[in-house]
Structures are given as C-alpha cells and as structure tokens.
Ligand binder design. Structure first.
Ligand SMILES: Cc1cc2nc3c(=O)[nH]c(=O)nc-3n(C[C@H](O)[C@H](O)[C@H](O)COP(=O)(O)OP(=O)(O)OC[C@H]3O[C@@H](n4cnc5c(N)ncnc54)[C@H](O)[C@@H]3O)c2cc1C
Ligand code: FES
Length: 282
C-alpha cells in the first residue's frame, strides 16, 4: 500500500495557540481547513518552520487531532525547525503540505491496544477518535515516557472518545516503574484485534520483540508508525528509505513517506532498522 497523494495540498493556515504541556512537550493548534477535512489517522504533514530558507527543508509531524477546521500537532523543540515552531504566536501564518503518508488500517470492532513511547503519542488521538467512530469501544493506551512530566496527558488521547490509559515511566515518577513494554503482557490478555505502536524506532522494535517472545497469539492488525529522516515527504528525494522484509525474507528498501510512515510490524526488518544512523536533516 502506498500513500494517496491526491489529497495533499499546500495550505497556509493561522496559528491559534502553542500550548506548553510540561516536560518540554508542546501542542500547536492551527486553523487549517483543508488538512482538517482530509487527514486520516497516521497521516503526517510537512511544516515549514520559518519564513527564511533556514532551515531549508520542511519538517514532518503527525496529525495529532482534527476538529472542525483546526488541526493539532504535538512536538518538542529538539533542533532549529522545532525551536522556530515553538516560538510561533497566535495569528502567525503556518505553511503546511499535507496530508501525506500511508496511515493506520482501522479495525471495526474488538479490543485495541495503542502503545505510545514519548512523542509517539502524536498520532493516537486522531486514531482513537476514528476507532471510536467505527464502533470500537475497548481501547487501551499504554503510554510510556522517561519521566512523569513528559507523559502526554491521559485525557488528551481520547478527545471525543473513551480510552483507558495505563502509564509507565523510566524513573517511576508516575505509573509503572519501567519501560512501557512491561505492560504488554497484561494488555495481550484481552486478545486485541489490533495493536498500534508509535515511538522511537528502537522502542517500537522492542514492542515487536516482546510480542514475539511472549508466545501470545498476535493481533491480526499489528502496525507501527515509523520515523526516518525526511526531505520531501512525497517520494522523490529517497532520503527516508527503511528496510522491510520481502516475501523471500530478504530485506528491501521502502520509503517511510509513501509506503509508510505506518507499516505492518511483521514486515519490518528490525535488525537492519536498528543499525541505521540517526535522522539528521538540513
Ligand atoms: C512521519 C513523521 C512524523 C513525525 N511526527 C512527529 C510529531 O508528531 N512530533 C514530533 O515531535 N516529532 C515528529 N517527528 C520527528 C520530527 O519530524 C523531528 O523531530 C523534526 O524534524 C526535527 O526538526 P528540527 O529542525 O527541530 O531538528 P533537527 O535539527 O533537524 O534535528 C534535531 C534532532 O532531531 C532528530 N530528527 C530530525 N529529523 C527527524 C525525524 N524525521 N525523525 C526523528 N528524529 C528526527 C535528529 O536526529 C536530531 O537528533 C516525525 C517524524 C516523521 C518522519
Ligand atoms: S522524504 Fe523524500 S522520498 Fe521520502
């Protein structure tokens, strides 16, 4: 499956608010009618971070949620682009290209588990809302972060839906003391029809390893939103290739921006992915 780029458009919206959530997490809300009307769960948008050519390239961000003609993004200031985004003020223009990417498959029933690590929380409110709209009532979010202040607030995962949120922190300041993967075993007891994961690639790889080692029956739908350095966001620069196992078990390259960012977890070559360098872009 590749992304349907026919809905993607350039749009200049207006920043409504940049809210500081604590622990460095920010939620940016902007009026972006086209993006709000066309984005599906797991989609991302390429945001232009400033009015000059530095940084030159747009930066990819998951659509966290949409409501009426507004869109929400969750991020942290980690470099030049996100620092500029964090300084935006209400009324400032926001130039986006989107929606982009191939998103999550939406199941119609049963129970669902969402595993979020750090800023991997970003695509889940939109996904949970859509699952709820399709009649899925049993939604469990496993939300992990380094420390309590860096946990995306539980009530924001389910904006117009209902979800149970179980938390884990590396330092034990809230919820389970340890990695979020420790919560998987218990979560699998409900025999979920789908498990969706998002977080640093290493964390998502650990989720897959834990699932395989648990010996439990794996959910039929097993998908993760992956990250890669992105230039264009629509399949031309080839900068975002990720290793995926072909039918013969040999690794082939697939583009995170058009074949993903959401990919079946069974298809990813986790060993090869773990060996890739980090995501430094211009
Ligand atoms: C499909 C997709 C969706 C994303 N959604 C979100 C989101 O919702 N919220 C969010 O905070 N971040 C998200 N990211 C990561 C985000 O794009 C990067 O954090 C951002 O591009 C950094 O830009 P910068 O100029 O601030 O930092 P840079 O100066 O470019 O880099 C600073 C640090 O960020 C890392 N980084 C840069 N690009 C990426 C990347 N593409 N993926 C992971 N790490 C990167 C670099 O390795 C470096 O350590 C997403 C990435 C992808 C590929
Ligand atoms: S970001 Fe350019 S090909 Fe994927």
């Amino acid at each position: 499956m590749t992304a349907d780029l026919s809905r993607a458009a350039l749009e200049t919206g207006e920043v409504l608010v940049v809210e500081r959530l604590g622990g460095g997490l920010l939620e940016l809300v902007a009026r972006l009618p086209h993006l709000a009307a066309t984005a599906t769960p797991g989609a991302f948008a390429q945001l232009r971070c400033g009015q000059t050519t530095t940084p030159l390239l747009r930066r990819p961000f998951s659509l966290a949620w949409t409501q009426d003609d507004t869109c929400g993004f969750v991020f942290e200031a980690v470099g030049a682009g996100t620092r500029l985004l964090s300084q935006l003020q209400p009324g400032d223009p926001l130039d986006v290209l989107g929606p982009l990417g191939h998103g999550f498959s939406i199941v119609d029933g049963g129970s669902v588990v969402c595993v979020s690590g750090g800023l991997g929380c970003a695509p889940f409110p939109l996904l949970i809302n859509e699952l709820h709209r399709r009649g899925v009532e049993d939604i469990l979010v496993l939300n992990g972060a380094r420390t309590a202040t860096r946990l995306y607030p539980a009530e924001r995962f389910a904006r117009r839906a209902v979800a149970v949120v179980a938390e884990a922190t590396d330092d034990g300041t809230r919820g389970h003391h340890g990695p979020v993967t420790d919560l998987l075993h218990q979560a699998l007891r409900s025999r979920p029809s789908a498990l969706y994961a998002c977080g640093p690639n290493a964390m998502v790889g650990a989720v897959m390893r834990n699932l395989l080692e648990s010996g439990a029956e794996l959910p039929q739908t097993l998908e993760a939103s992956l990250e890669a350095p992105m230039g264009c966001g629509f399949g031309t620069c080839l900068g975002c290739a990720l290793p995926v196992l072909g039918d013969d078990g040999v690794s082939v390259w697939r583009l995170c921006c058009t074949d993903g960012p959401v990919m079946p977890m069974r298809d990813v070559d986790w060993d090869a992915l773990g060996a890739l360098p980090g995501a430094d872009v211009a």
